[in-house]
Design a protein around this ligand. Structure first.
Ligand SMILES: N[C@@H](CCC(=O)N[C@@H](CS)C(=O)NCC(=O)O)C(=O)O
Length: 284
């Protein structure tokens, strides 16, 4: 596994890096960002995965969210991947902001031509963790995940389908019921085909009842977010989770919109939420 360093810069005593590798899952070069906290110099540290929303690359989070300060305080590594394969030119791939490039929706596509490359679910569950564990001082036994909007959807789906992999999950303005909202219906039709039965594997609200998820889920949602009622609908997830015995803290934040200004405002609390789970001693 060859890793190319794009940049490395000192940040809050640690190192913010951007890297590129050839992905076996997407059959494209993929970029991702890793923040190594100062504690990583002494040995492996827990890792907190961040998944971004529509139109983002690996850059938005590391330049706008302000998470490095809190990761350094708690001794957590942050990893932020890109949101889709890049460098392809599939038919229509770059036409819309909510489908194709920048909009991989963290699924393994089954519909041609996307199925050959748009395999972000497997990329994030298998390939990238193996690469990061091999190349950086990451403790694979301590992983958590969070994200924004489409990335909140990805974080919830990865966590709910893999409760033994991740200790905690949180989200900012997540898409929680993609099978029922226009962004999700468009993406899932394109990537997974018209059979809605196949969509449930990537729908947090459909997954949560049988997920076996155990730790409290934190969701922050701006009340002035213009996507709230049409695309995000967090109360739908909170209701179903509540009836399934999964604890969800849904915080509606007055005046906040969908932007990284909102994310940055509540970032400290999300990193602390994960740090508590990642540094808790498990077992006897
Ligand atoms: N209306 C927006 C929708 C995309 C959007 O709001 N993207 C959010 C995630 S869903 C984002 O994080 N954008 C990048 C940024 O703010 O840095 C557009 O067309 O660009």
């Amino acid at each position: 596994m060859t890793l190319e360093t794009i940049s490395e810069q000192k940040c809050f005593g640690g190192v913010q890096g951007v890297y590129r590798h050839d992905s076996a899952e997407t059959k494209t070069p993929m970029r991702f960002a890793v923040y190594r906290p100062p504690q990583a110099e002494a040995g492996p540290v827990p890792v907190l995965w961040w998944l971004s929303g529509l139109t983002c690359t690996e850059e938005n989070f590391i330049t706008k969210a302000g998470a490095q300060r809190y990761a350094a305080e708690h001794g957590l590594m942050l990893v932020a991947p890109d949101t889709s394969p890049r460098g392809l030119d599939l038919p229509g791939e770059h036409d819309d902001y909510d489908f194709g490039s920048g909009a991989g929706f963290y699924v393994d596509a089954t519909e041609a031509p996307w199925s050959a490359h748009y395999r972000m679910y497997s990329y994030l569950l298998h390939e990238l963790p193996a690469l990061v564990a091999a190349q950086f001082p990451m403790d694979p036994a301590r992983q958590s995940i969070f994200g924004h909007s489409m990335g909140g959807h990805g974080a919830l789906v990865l966590a709910l389908r893999n409760p033994d992999r991740y200790r905690s999950v949180s989200a900012f303005a997540p898409i929680v019921a993609p099978s029922r909202v226009p962004w999700g219906e468009k993406a899932f039709t394109g990537y997974l085909g018209p059979d809605r039965a196949a969509w449930a594997a990537y729908d947090a609200t459909a997954l949560v009842p049988e997920s076996g998820w155990r730790t409290p889920i934190l969701i922050d949602q701006g009340e002035a977010d213009t996507f709230l009622d049409t695309q995000l609908t967090p109360e739908v997830f909170a209701d179903v989770a509540g009836h399934s015995g999964v604890s969800v803290t849904l915080r509606l934040q007055p005046g906040y919109d969908h932007s990284y200004y909102f994310i940055a405002t509540f970032m400290a609390e999300h990193v602390a939420h994960h740090a508590a789970a990642l540094t808790e001693r498990l077992g006897p």
